[in-house]
Write a protein that binds this ligand. Structure first.
Ligand SMILES: Nc1nc2c(c(=O)[nH]1)N[C@H]1C(S)=C(S)[C@@H](COP(=O)(O)OP(=O)(O)OC[C@H]3O[C@@H](n4cnc5c(=O)[nH]c(N)nc54)[C@H](O)[C@@H]3O)O[C@H]1N2
Ligand SMILES: Nc1nc2c(c(=O)[nH]1)N[C@H]1C(S)=C(S)[C@@H](COP(=O)(O)OP(=O)(O)OC[C@H]3O[C@@H](n4cnc5c(=O)[nH]c(N)nc54)[C@H](O)[C@@H]3O)O[C@H]1N2
Ligand code: SF4
Ligand SMILES: [Mo]
Length: 758
């Protein structure tokens, strides 16, 4: 790896050996005092405290059982309106990852002689951080430094990071792993509704008589939401649209095993039939939407014969599917990554939105075009990360939005960039082109989770300065860092998360971070101090102080939360769904507000009045002709490789879940690939044998799992194994720039064939 000159000179200097940097005392003050890492005293005497789970976006509350202020065990919180006393294996085991031996416990700097990461003091780390990024920005301009963050830290932390990086440090290009995950839903909602506003409440899962799951496997990915479906008393029809016979599809009334990436044609075909049968709500369309006439003309070209050809479904399946939707009393549509990760993902999500609009399935109990979010705080990131949108869901290119934010934060307007950031893939291309030279990666592991780890590693090694801020030293991405900053994890810090149904919940500090690891919040405070921009962030003193700033940033926006007083109120109410503007509570004293939110107001869905956030208050019908998926199979690469979640016990790149001995019992340790029995028979593949999967880019090895869950001609590999993204094809939705991880042409062969051939 290339050793930056600055590291060599730093190591030659005497400061390298000094354990007592001149700012040590100040550092302690800035980052929270000498009791760094200690549980707040007020928690110590309590026997239990509640905090929101830090894995998926369901947002279950867990009760931490404390001894001397530290958690010794977790149980699901029975009083919380989300999980009603349930948790999945990850929630039960959420403390185990905190105690892992590979936790990052001190800042580490790469030694240019040994190429090893070696301990430095926080003072040294922060001086290097500041000096190096400033040098790059001075030499190559502010655009030469970028930041990739996450949907897995607290909202207060992401807002601080976004404001610090863009307004304080003067950086321009910041994106996050929500690009891999939720960018499509954000774009689809913004274009159709005028704001990124998932309209539902989890009670809708229990109130529908028809539930349609599209490219979503909640049995594995959102198990507690699936439990909410099981509580539905209306004997609902459950329709699952997924090329695979997933755990969810096996529980469905009907599984529509469509050809991958043919969803757009399917939904246009359903719209065609709904119109043909008159199963639409002209009154709703007339009063609350825009563009239906053009849409109705467009879907004339999608009769069942064509759609059956495109999707591989039978004409009778299409009629049955449409009939169930058309006749449903309360129909809800739920989508996740099978939709969001596609070459026409935004239009596919909007095709689902169109079905809900034309049938009037929105704003009522049990309805909605509902995108389920992925990470614990992807929703916080969507509103407050200051990456794609300006703080509070605003627009960087809008002068009045910039002025409002500058005014609320008390900073000069010129500090707010007037142009949006490059998207994730564009940041990577800019590194490749030598335009971006410095990168700060926080709480994401792209060498595993992004497409093509070989290219990613090459790009990271091209950088003149790479800072990785993570809980662990062992992640694939940390291996490339010049500087590693040790982050405290979930459970070791305070803040709020926003879950899929827009519910804001509190996380509490119930464990001590190991060694000198600091919360991301404290690291950002220190960076502001060392950078010399702390004066801009005087009010950003604690997570709860930042929550008050977030409230002010939300004022007048669709996500207005000015009526929420503080963390205590959030806890007393069992979390609060946005919006909760001050105007809603003007006539209520605090106990009455809490009583109201705990009572009938608890089920809060959007658009009950049919008014959307577009300038004319109407929702938009948006559509576009389907086009062929990229990386089409051919005779050399005849299979389509699908990817996704493998088990309820594995989380993404497995940096956390692999640390629990309980969870490790619940999933296969070696990478595996699902193959249909007919393909396995034809190719001589037997269960458990090692096979090679070959894409146009790479060859990987995995165990063969023979199962009819996949269709003939398809393979499936979980994303939790690093091998998977060595294969995936780089294609992106043009509007959201989200990667299309779920369509790659590959071939497969037994390792034995390889031995015979050589
Ligand atoms: N246990 C566990 N839970 C998780 C996560 C985890 O890593 N582990 N991650 C969380 C995150 S961040 C996210 S985003 C969510 C993801 O949650 P999901 O989206 O439910 O999970 P995936 O398995 O990625 O994809 C869902 C389904 O899309 C299907 N699919 C593939 N291609 C197509 C297509 O063209 N059309 C249709 N209709 N379907 C298709 C796949 O076969 C798969 O079954 O899970 C969250 N929950
Ligand atoms: N092929 C394929 N690839 C995919 C997907 C797919 O379906 N198929 N899904 C995509 C999706 S939806 C997603 S969301 C991404 C997820 O991809 P990543 O974000 O890369 O996955 P994680 O393993 O969650 O990485 C989080 C990192 O943050 C660290 N961390 C956790 N908590 C904290 C904290 O509080 N502070 C700090 N500083 N660090 C912390 C963890 O140790 C870990 O290294 O993967 C994407 N990749
Ligand atoms: S369903 Fe999600 S939020 Fe609930 S316990 Fe499991 S991982 Fe945590
Ligand atoms: Mo995700």
């Amino acid at each position: 790896m290339k050793t930056p000159e600055f590291l060599s000179s730093w190591l030659r200097s005497s400061r390298w050996r000094s354990r007592e940097g001149p700012l040590t005392k100040e550092l302690a003050l800035v980052s929270g005092g000498p009791d760094l890492g200690l549980i707040p005293a007020r928690l110590a005497p309590q026997a239990t405290t509640s905090l929101i789970c830090g894995f998926c976006s369901t947002g279950c509350a867990l009760t931490a059982h404390l001894q001397n202020g530290q958690a010794v065990n977790l149980t699901p919180d029975p009083g919380y309106p989300v999980n009603l006393g349930m948790a999945c294996p990850k929630g039960w085991e959420a403390l185990a990852p905190l105690r892992a031996p590979d936790r990052a416990t001190q800042p580490l700097l790469r030694n240019p002689r040994t190429h090893q990461l070696e301990p430095v003091t926080w003072d040294q780390a922060l001086r290097i951080f500041t000096q190096r990024f400033k040098e790059l920005m001075q030499q190559y301009g502010p655009e030469s430094v970028a930041c990739l963050s996450t949907g897995q830290i607290c909202t207060e932390e992401m807002a601080f990071l976004g404001a610090l990086f863009k307004f304080g440090m003067g950086g321009r290009h910041a994106d996050s792993n929500t690009r891999q995950c939720m960018a499509t839903s954000v774009t689809a909602y913004k274009q159709a509704f005028g704001f990124d506003a998932p309209p539902y409440t989890y009670a809708d899962l229990e109130e529908s008589d028809v539930l349609v799951f599209i490219g979503a496997n909640p049995c594995i990915a959102h198990p507690i939401l699936w439990h909410r479906v099981l509580r539905n008393p209306h004997q609902p029809k459950i329709l699952v649209v997924d090329p695979r016979a997933t755990e969810t599809a096996l529980c469905a009334t009907e599984h529509l095993a469509i050809r991958p990436k043919s969803d757009l044609s399917l939904f246009y075909g359903v719209a065609h039939l709904l119109i043909r049968h008159g199963w639409i709500r002209p009154d709703f369309i007339q009063a609350h939407t825009h563009g239906f006439k053009a849409f109705a003309e467009f879907v004339q070209a999608f009769p069942p014969e064509r759609v059956a050809r495109d999707t591989g479904l039978s004409i009778s399946q299409l009629h049955r599917f449409t009939h169930t939707i058309g006749q449903g009393r309360a129909v809800s549509f739920w989508w996740t990554m099978g939709v969001n990760q596609g070459h026409q993902a935004t239009r596919t999500a909007q095709a689902i939105i169109n079905l809900a609009l034309m049938t009037g399935n929105i704003g009522r109990a049990g309805t909605g075009p509902n995108s389920i979010t992925g990470q614990c705080n992807a929703m916080g990131s969507r509103l407050f990360a200051n990456t794609t949108s300006l703080l509070g869901g605003r627009d960087f290119t809008n002068a009045s939005d910039r002025a409002t934010v500058a005014n609320i934060l008390g900073i000069p307007t010129e500090r707010i960039p007037a142009t949006p950031s490059l998207a994730y893939d564009q940041i990577l291309d800019a590194i490749d082109a030598g335009m971006i030279k410095g990168l700060w990666i926080i709480a994401t592991n792209p060498v595993h989770s992004w497409i093509d780890p070989t290219r990613m590693a090459r790009l990271l090694s091209k950088l003149e300065f790479l800072v990785v801020q993570d809980m662990y030293t062992s992640t694939e991405t940390a291996q490339w860092a010049h500087l590693l900053l040790p982050g405290a994890g979930w459970g070791e810090k305070e803040g709020t998360f926003i879950n899929s149904e827009r519910r804001i919940g509190v996380i509490r500090k119930v464990a001590r971070a190991p060694g000198q690891a600091l919360s991301d919040f404290h690291i950002f405070r220190l960076v502001a101090h060392y950078w010399g921009c702390a004066d801009l962030f005087q009010q950003w003193a604690s997570p709860e102080a930042v929550f008050q700033i977030l409230k002010r940033l939300s004022a007048g926006q669709p996500c207005d939360i000015t009526g929420i007083k503080d963390y205590n109120m959030l806890e007393a109410c069992g979390g609060i769904q946005w919006p909760w503007p001050a105007s809603e509570t003007t006539n209520l004293d605090e106990p009455s507000t809490i009583a109201a939110l705990r009572g009938p107001l608890r089920e809060r869905r959007l658009f009950a009045d049919g008014r959307f956030h577009t300038p004319d208050g109407r929702a938009r019908f948006l559509f576009e002709a389907p086009c062929c998926a990229p990386d089409v199979p051919d005779s050399d690469f005849p299979f389509v490789l699908l990817t996704g979640r493998g088990s309820a016990a594995q989380w993404h790149t497995n940096t956390r879940t692999a640390k629990s001995t309980v969870l490790r019992q619940l999933y296969p340790h070696e990478p595996y690939v699902e193959v249909h029995p007919s393909d396995a028979g034809r190719l001589g593949l037997t269960p458990g044998m090692m096979v090679e999967i070959i894409s146009r880019k790479a060859t990987v090895r995995a165990r063969c799992l023979v199962t009819p869950a996949v269709q003939p001609g398809h393979l499936f590999m979980p994303m939790h194994y690093a091998e998977t993204n060595r294969l995936t094809h780089p294609a992106f939705d043009p509007y959201s720039r989200q990667p299309a991880y779920k369509h790659t042409a590959v071939r497969i062969r037994a390792m034995q064939d390889l031995v015979d051939a050589t």
